[in-house]
Design a binder for this molecule. Sequence first.
Ligand code: NAD
Length: 338
Amino acid sequence: MIRVGVNGYGTIGRRVADAVLMQKDMELVGVTKVHPDYRVETAIKKGIDVYAANEKALQSFRNSGYNVKGVLDDLLKRVDVIVDCSPEGNGPQNKLIYEASKVRAIFQGGEDHELTGLSFVAQCNYDNARGKNMVRVVSCNTTALCRILNSLSNNFGIYRARAVLARRAADPDETGKGPIDAVVLDPATVPSHHGPDVQSVMGNIDVVTMAFKVPTTHMHLHSLIVSLKKKATREEVIEALQKEPRTMLVESKLGFKSTSSIVDMARELSSPRNDIHEAVVWKDSVSTVENEVYMFMAVHQEAIVVPENVDAIRAITASATKEESMSMTDSSLGIRKF
Ligand code: NAD
């Protein structure tokens, strides 16, 4: 059993913790919390051991009457791998703590590539992470772009890729964030950071991205235009996407008219937290003109990186091959083909 801890129990940390609990080759040793709020209660109700993220947090837990299992250092003594799900920017200081404890670590996409030198998307570069001490699972948008571009690159070759990202403004519980009534350029300059981030996984692929924020909380929407090296029909592109792991095709004629329909489908399927781990491409948007292919893709920002974190745990502990790990992860999380 791989002993796993999760440092930071927010949007991503809670999902990674639940996913680890579902793996037959992993044990969730515990999670850290900063604030003694209702999420401590829900963790305890699930049988998850809670640790204080630091000494100050320990004091506020004690003042609130919570008997936590210790602090982060105690958790680190009991794990093989720590998954850092603390807010972006904490990486550099936490890396020093993990190194001192000689614990392997996985960071999230809010950190810079340089923090670990290895940015991870399972189907693109699982083997590069095997046996490494630290890797960074890339952001939600980068993960989705890498899945699609990996498919197109392997099947047809990519001359260049261009993507415009309409980003959800905030996660559902981030009530202090806007905008409420505006579309915000994020940033106005080109490129946005997502293109270079794809290159941190896929190497010298020619990819340029632009991004803006829209007043929604549940999904991002990408518009992609990709020039292929080998001319392909629409049907050939669809077939390639259908074969790509963790990619789902939906059609507007079946009622998938917006990101809301996709969330509704997840609700109907009783997916935990309405999570959608797949990159969701509208089949009817896939079009080809000469060597160019066009498509719309939706990305559930809270969920898409969860399977990548599970695979990253197996990769850095060298405990399974890419195929074994992705298969175990997909079947445990119920990853769908629609
Ligand atoms: P979040 O704010 O929802 O959760 C972070 C949690 O860490 C909170 O519970 C917070 O109280 C806790 N925390 C604060 N300081 C801490 C510390 N010093 N040590 C331990 N825990 C601490 O954040 P999130 O959205 O889960 O993001 C975590 C990481 O995942 C970031 O790098 C982010 O960029 C990345 N990410 C987020 C999303 C998303 O859509 N939310 C998607 C992909 C990747």
